[in-house]
Design a protein around this ligand. Structure first.
Ligand code: TYM
Length: 324
């Protein structure tokens, strides 16, 4: 079974990215053929600084390695290095119904957020994502909830292509965690934690003082009871989810444990759990920051391995479409 997933090098990785996606990649690499992609082409659809892009890509690669992606098991590579992604995007553009693109939630949100930069790439973003996935004949796509709609569109495109040009692509399945698929913003628990809103995030490599400050000031509802109720108590419910996932304890146990305790005590305890759980990641990252050549070599090797798969698939696609 082949696994494919991707992440944008648009900023530091936060605990939402980790709990919703990357944590599961680390588990999947043990018994699946995994392909993980740093999607730099996707990141061009929102405002960015070209002189900082290479640094961001390298940092994103370091993050993968620091949290446990093993380059001997999984392929880790940068999207723009494999030209087949852009070629397949164009080919899929010609079969994707335009109406589907305009109703994508991420497109609507991003065009509201970046009103002065509503570019065609933002609209076509999900087609590039479909190309990423289909180019590797992917079986499983481990993602957070926010990417579900894009995955559904990927399936629609694949089925349409198979119907029109004969069986070509595997139909991929999303793998979305039952708990942690949508970690909410610390500054507004009704919205998701998002890299493009830094004040919403707890980053994986935040220093202990920062973690404490962010958790203690995380927005919670008025009231005193520590209870999981996302509709009425979104703030506390989000923090309970984070606590439960980092401490491997069911939410019900936490509710019992904190029954007669207040928010402050609960938050102090959560900050401690996070400081300890994230410490090995911070340590590994610091070590990797001084090994840039080693990290670049991992990306080179990853690209070579990805290229072999991508090439064989695109040759078949060209043939099916009558281009060769
Ligand atoms: P990106 O870079 O926004 O996020 C990477 C992964 O993190 C998940 N995620 C979250 N999970 C839980 N709670 C949150 N608050 C949260 N925020 C983000 C995302 O669902 C994602 O799995 N379009 C993708 C990148 C991509 C891709 C692909 C993914 C490009 N091609 C092919 C899978 C397959 C994106 O922007 O992810």
């Amino acid at each position: 079974m082949r696994v494919f997933s991707g992440i944008q090098p648009t900023g530091q990785i936060h605990i939402g990215n980790y709990l919703g996606a990357i944590k599961h990649w680390v588990e999947l690499q043990e018994n699946h053929e995994c392909v993980f992609c740093i999607v730099d082409l996707h990141s061009l659809t929102i405002p960015f600084d070209p002189s900082a892009l290479q640094k961001r890509i390298l940092e994103t690669a370091i993050t993968h390695l620091a949290v446990g992606i093993n380059p001997e098991k999984a392929i880790l590579f940068v999207q723009s290095r494999i030209k087949e992604h852009t070629e397949l995007t164009w080919l899929l553009n010609t079969i994707c119904p335009i109406g589907e693109l305009g109703r994508m939630t991420q497109y609507k949100e991003k065009s509201r957020q970046f009103k002065k930069n509503i570019n065609a790439g933002l609209l076509n973003y999900p087609i590039l994502m479909a190309a990423d996935i289909l180019l590797y004949q992917t079986d499983i796509v481990p993602i957070g909830k926010d990417q579900k709609q894009h995955l559904e569109l990927t399936k629609t495109i694949a089925k349409k292509f198979n119907q029109k040009f004969k069986q070509t692509f595997k139909i991929p399945q999303a793998q979305i965690p039952k708990i942690g698929a949508k970690i909410m913003a610390l500054n507004d628990p009704k919205k998701k934690m998002s890299k493009s809103v830094p004040q919403s995030c707890l980053f994986l490599f935040d220093e202990p003082q920062e973690i404490k400050k962010k958790i203690m000031s995380a927005i919670t509802d008025t009231g005193k009871i520590i209870k999981f109720d996302p509709a009425k108590k979104p703030g506390i419910s989000n923090l309970l989810t984070i606590y439960s996932l980092f401490d491997n304890q069911p939410i019900e146990e936490l509710e019992k444990h904190f029954k007669d305790k207040g928010y402050a005590e609960f938050k102090k305890s959560l900050a401690k759990i996070l400081i300890n759980s994230l410490e090995p990641f911070r340590r590994k990252r610091k070590e990797l920051l001084s090994r840039e050549i080693y990290v670049r070599e991992i990306l080179n090797q990853g690209a070579k391995r990805a290229q072999v798969i991508a090439k064989s698939v695109i040759v078949n696609v060209r043939k099916k479409m009558g281009l060769t």
